[in-house]
Design a protein around this ligand. Structure first.
Ligand SMILES: C[S@@+](CC[C@H](N)C(=O)[O-])C[C@H]1O[C@@H](n2cnc3c(N)ncnc32)[C@H](O)[C@@H]1O
Length: 196
């Protein structure tokens, strides 16, 4: 991991700091739910205006339960399909590929916007069998990297609420038409929560 670096993320990209902050709060708690060992060291290497993040304290349990649930589904997939592929859409600065222990036989693809992937590559030592794709989930480039012959899990945590509805539908359509055996694991929220 590099030394401390200033991170200037705007818009939806900046929301990754919220989830990272909450995983770190959980990891520091007396009885962690997710217990992400990477949250604290990654957080410590980021210089960012974190003003107001303390207001998320009440959401920590819900957010880390969400992450733990998606980790569980991911581990189940890896156990069932050790030679499959996982697309980690809108991965932000999440340590999921490290937490779940990706088998060397599995293909793991992290996808997020270019400014996020640049930071992710610098802050994490990611598994050698993982790939990083810079781009929006709506771009064709990322989708051309999908191997349509492999059993596939797409994990999209905290993503679809920041993407226009038609792009969510397009993503689902691509999964259905582009992969013969795919599972999409995602979370959704009521529309007003994004504004809040
Ligand atoms: C709330 S963060 C969640 C990050 C990570 N999944 C986590 O749980 O910590 C939302 C993430 O979605 C990414 N994102 C938003 N719109 C996107 C898009 N159209 N394509 C790819 N990533 C996107 C942002 O850059 C950000 O990293």
């Amino acid at each position: 991991m590099t030394s401390t670096e200033k991170v200037d993320l705007r818009g939806a990209a900046a929301t990754l700091l919220m989830t990272l902050y909450m995983r770190r709060q959980d990891a520091r708690s007396r009885r962690p739910i997710l217990g992400d060992p990477w949250a604290e060291p990654v957080w410590e290497h980021i210089e960012h205006d974190v003003h107001g993040l303390w207001q998320l304290t009440g959401d920590v349990s819900a957010i880390v339960c969400r992450a733990a649930t998606l980790d569980g589904w991911t581990r189940e997939f890896l156990a069932d399909e050790p030679t499959g592929q996982v697309l980690h859409l809108g991965c932000g600065l999440d340590s999921r590929p490290l937490r779940v222990g990706v088998p060397s036989t599995c293909r793991w693809v992290d996808v997020d916007q270019p400014e996020v992937m640049a930071v992710r590559r610098r802050l994490y030592d990611l598994p050698g069998n993982s790939e990083q794709i810079s781009g929006a989930v709506t771009d064709d480039d990322g989708w051309s990297a999908v191997d349509p012959t492999l059993p596939t899990l797409l994990v999209a945590e905290g993503l679809f609420m920041y993407v226009p509805a038609e792009a969510v539908h397009a993503t689902v359509d691509r999964v259905v038409s582009g992969t013969p055996a795919a599972t999409l694991a995602f979370d959704a929220v009521a529309p007003w929560t994004v504004r809040a």
